[in-house]
Design a protein around this ligand. Structure first.
Ligand SMILES: NC(=O)c1ccc[n+]([C@@H]2O[C@H](COP(=O)([O-])OP(=O)(O)OC[C@H]3O[C@@H](n4cnc5c(N)ncnc54)[C@H](OP(=O)(O)O)[C@@H]3O)[C@@H](O)[C@H]2O)c1
Length: 260
């Protein structure tokens, strides 16, 4: 088996999806601080341009490019354009995602389809573009941004937890193949991080982490971490323990803890 690859600033560029706000934005800035060139993508080009301006003066740089991860053909073209104009993609952080709480009744099928289309379908479109390129040249690094919400079905999170469980299972399964061709595959499972996405929450968010701290931990994990990058350790450990419980105990405990 080939030694697993870790991206270095001179190898090529990082591609970060969902970089116009939140975690993608924070990680792009942290990567630029560490000397990497980052292709930052999302639908809102103006927000990406602001991000590029904010990175001016750092040792790396940020290049904004607009795209919708739901458009498979556009993503294929984007990856070809990035490689032709800026060099090989050494690391792809497939981070773009969306969240809305849902209930069993009323059942909002549109919200389910939207979250599966962006979080899972969009990530698949990005993988379809980047995997052949990296596996073909036998090096590269890919990280999927899932969530600790993917460990287990949490209240009001049927759609979101479903999408994130799918990403974790996809990463676990693909790793058997990527390991053989020298491509490092990682999954990022954050707990609550201060971003526009969590600002919508009206429930308590235990161990809520500042964006800067989360961004540093993710970049550290890209440099030296193992398959899973997860934080804060307290929430991650609690949820991993809950998923080991018998269902009757799990539903009783989580139902009691979240009833209010
Ligand atoms: N914040 C947390 O506590 C937390 C915890 C665990 C996991 N996560 C995951 O982290 C990722 C980022 O979340 P965040 O908290 O940073 O949220 P955010 O601030 O709302 O950022 C979401 C990003 O995704 C982009 N995006 C959404 N739909 C897109 C599409 N169709 N095509 C391209 N880009 C799209 C948005 O950009 P445009 O609108 O400009 O396209 C935005 O840049 C998500 O996958 C989320 O599930 C977050």
């Amino acid at each position: 088996m080939k030694p697993l690859y870790r991206a270095k600033p001179l190898d090529g560029v990082w591609w970060i999806t969902g970089a116009s706000s939140g975690i993608g934005r924070g990680v792009a800035l942290e990567a630029a601080r560490r000397g990497f060139t980052v292709i930052a993508t999302a639908r809102r080009l103006e927000a990406l341009q602001d991000l590029a301006d904010e990175a001016a003066g750092l040792s790396g740089r940020i290049i904004p490019m607009a795209c919708d991860i739901g458009d498979a053909a556009a993503i294929l073209t984007l990856v070809t354009d990035i490689e032709a104009s800026y060099g090989p993609i050494s690391l792809a952080f497939l981070n773009a995602g969306t969240y809305r709480p849902v209930n069993a009744y009323p059942f909002d099928a549109h919200a389910f389809h939207e979250m599966f289309a962006v979080n899972v379908g969009g990530t698949i479109n990005c993988l379809a573009a980047v995997m052949p390129v990296m596996c073909g040249r036998e090096w590269g690094q890919v990280a999927l941004n899932a969530s600790v919400a993917g460990y287990i079905g949490l209240p009001r999170s049927a759609a979101y937890s479903g999408t994130k469980a799918a990403l974790i299972a996809m990463a676990e399964s693909l790793k058997f193949d990527t390991d053989r061709c020298g491509v490092t595959l990682q999954v990022v499972n954050p707990g609550f991080v201060e971003t526009p996405l969590t600002a919508k929450n009206d429930h308590p968010m235990p161990f809520l982490m500042p964006l800067d701290e989360a961004s540093k931990l993710i970049c550290d994990g890209f440099e030296t971490g193992g398959f899973e990058i997860t934080f804060p350790w307290q929430l991650s450990r609690i949820l991993k323990t809950l998923r080991l419980l018998p269902y009757a105990l799990y539903f009783w405990l989580v139902g009691r803890a979240t009833r209010a």
